[in-house]
Write a protein that binds this ligand. Sequence first.
Ligand SMILES: NC(=O)c1ccc[n+]([C@@H]2O[C@H](COP(=O)([O-])OP(=O)(O)OC[C@H]3O[C@@H](n4cnc5c(N)ncnc54)[C@H](O)[C@@H]3O)[C@@H](O)[C@H]2O)c1
Length: 348
Amino acid sequence: MSEVIKFAIIGCGHIGKRHAELVEEHPDAKLVATIDPLSSESLQLSKFDVPHFSSLAEFLSSGIVVDVVNICTPNGLHAKQAIDCLNNGVHVVIEKPVAINLADAEQILVAAEKAGKRVFPVVQNRYSTVIKWLKNLVVNQQLGQIHLLQLNCFWNRDDRYYKKGSWRGTLALDGGPLYTQFSHFIDVLLWIFGDVKNIDAKFFNFNHRDTTEFEDSGIVTFELLSGGNGSINYSTSVYQNNFESSITVLAEKGTVKIGGQYMNNIEYCQVEGIEHPKLKNQENFNDYGGYTGSASNHQQVIDNVIRSIVGSENQDVYLNEGIQVVKVIENIYKNTMVNRNQSKIFLA
Ligand SMILES: NC(=O)c1ccc[n+]([C@@H]2O[C@H](COP(=O)([O-])OP(=O)(O)OC[C@H]3O[C@@H](n4cnc5c(N)ncnc54)[C@H](O)[C@@H]3O)[C@@H](O)[C@H]2O)c1
């Protein structure tokens, strides 16, 4: 491939640095700038040897030619920054979630259509071998009618994570555990099983009343549009470590559980005509110094961004899929947005 795609990274914290490294390593990509209000020195960006800007406006008016800006800032900033980039004729990669409310997410779509530019939501768990395996089972109708689904997301986020003064734990910039910790798994649910309706939910705050502006746990029930019922049980209050993220499917022609800390192992497979597959487990997870998060498949995200821009392959994840995740989470939170840490929350 002869064309080199030029990237800038906005938000150079944990995940932004990983984006920068992957762009630098890619033979068909070039990093042209980093953007963050914190200095290049404090963020240890000198190894990238590119100009550093303290604001997006400063970068966009610098005259530096760029094809894509990767938005790796706190969640609540994604929509405005994406719209500013699109309005300047630049494609955007947006770290999950694309926004923390539906109205903002839809404004990104309006801007993208007006600019004729692409938006790439980052949901790298879709590249996980076991997730792709489950998707194929469902697409090929090997499970028959789905009866019950159970999505369990049980992780630990404690004072090591919710530090004073940080964007984490705030309604305005973080949005809550379904946006920040578990939107990957809601994306997996929707991608494989389709849309949901008749959502009901209950929330709890076991351990984070002094550190976050929202619940730390919840129980959600829903119906699949395609038939079948499901539940999401989630918590960031697990003692000391991440425990599991799993999906269990009870269906007409089989039962499957994908589990592990990061939805990375096939733990049970009893399906008509299918043997328990021996798939290589996903072993790399994003490490944020003291706590770990989801599968580290960002290389494949960057690869797909480049190939779709040059036209050699289709885009893997479209903005409307990122918007759908926001819509479902907003529906789950619907009656609690007024004050998620008080009246409408069932305090434990
Ligand atoms: N896909 C994944 O698995 C994954 C993993 C981690 C984080 N994320 C997402 O990436 C985003 C960042 O998370 P993180 O863990 O890297 O956070 P972080 O706090 O480590 O980094 C955020 C960076 O954004 C910078 N920033 C703040 N305001 C800014 C502004 N106005 N303009 C430019 N930069 C600004 C901060 O100074 C900081 O360096 C979040 O949306 C998070 O949900 C996704």
